[in-house]
Design a protein around this ligand. Sequence first.
Ligand code: HEM
Length: 471
Amino acid sequence: MSAPTTAPIPTPTAPGRLPLIGHGLRLVRDPLPFITSLREHGSVVRIRIGPTPAYVVTDPALARRVLVADAAHFPKGGKYYDALRVFLGDGVATVADGDTHLRNRRLMQPMFSKAHIAERGNAMIDQVRTMVGAWPEAEPRDMFAGMNEITLATFLVAVFGADLPPHLEGEFTALMPEIMRGTIRQVLLPSWISRLPLPSNRAHADRVARLRALIDQAIDHHTDATTPRSAGAESAPGAEACPHASQARRRQPGGLFETLIGVEDQLGRRQLQDEAITLLAGAIETTGTTLAWALYEIAANPTVERRLREELASVCRDRPLRYDDLDRLPYARRVLQEAIRKYGVSWMVTRTTARDIDLGGHLIPEGADVVWSPYLHQHDPSYYPDPDTFDPDRWETDRAAATRGSFLAFGDGRRKCIGENFAWVELTIILATVLQLWPRFEMTSPAPRAQAIITVKPDALTMGFHRESAD
Ligand code: HEM
């Protein structure tokens, strides 16, 4: 950060502002065209959400300054995170920047190391095979809801182990969409309305309380299920190199959450609950939406489908997918990356300014909301020619260089997505398993429109799956 040495560049205000609501209506009615249109007006553009100004960063190099180089001056905070905290508590995604965030993030990081995820890989594959294999043939499936269900179940198996009582998974599945809707309501409405004793506010609070109780049961179940080994038991080769080696010796391998339970004395039970809820909220819809879009694009692009199936057949032959196969599926990775690029998945993420600050010559006042948008950058034609075209080959090494650091789907810097490694593993497992178990699938609804709510989701998308291929 540096104080401006010349007069600040005047920051343009986006056109179409209405009295009282500012750009609120455009953000609700057509958020994606609106947010991508801001690039035409400058690299930092002022919008108004109601009476409050917010500064949208349209240049990915400046977004990186916000997230990395000048991150200390652009902390997380503001109304949006206050509303999320009602649901997520002080989990790693919502807790303010500072020592607590750094410490908790450091304690959580080993949970998502490649080695720990690899230990859960085959259990995740089993779970996905069971669910995807049970789909009734040819019956139209709602892909957004269906993919969220699978990502939730896979996440639970990875994090808490394979033997959670079935009622927990069922209740999580029923509660999460309602809670997400209630949370959006609270983010959008003035905070005094969220505090009124309205039936909708009470119902939201009851659901959040129920989710907390379920999470607590999952943690207890996990702790009970992990029995101590006998004193003389051999440890796994290489276990000493792992920072959680003593924990691994004490317990049978369970889920990824084991590493957090191992530091419960440092975090406390309430914090463990907050972290589990945060991970649940961060993990499900992001990956579920990506998969729904990827399958839609595959159904719409026969060449992409053929290349995916050829790659999978060359690696697995006729046997089921194994964890070790995942790194040998580069085309599947490019397809998934392109689905994430084309559809966002996050379209609006916020920071506040800790002081008056110069950003690319624009003076942003202390306490202002600053918006950055992976979706906006990933649709910038100067980095992604023909951005509305689904083109997995743009991620081939020689062409990918042209994106020059503008791919910010997982964020960057100190608040970068902690679940990125996990997301790639889970996405690849689910995509490959659907292709292996269903030789043919097709759209059974008209082409969906992208709808920006929490993630950029399809407004309506159903598909049918068939055991016989077309030829
Ligand atoms: C396609 C999948 C995913 C995408 C595109 C995605 C995207 C993001 C982005 C953009 C951020 C940064 C937000 C910010 O800077 O304010 C983030 C943070 C986060 N993500 Fe993800 N995410 C994905 C999957 C996951 C998964 C699977 C998990 C959990 C297993 C997860 C957990 C989190 C958490 C806890 C944070 C907050 C990190 C912090 O503030 O320190 N995400 N994610």
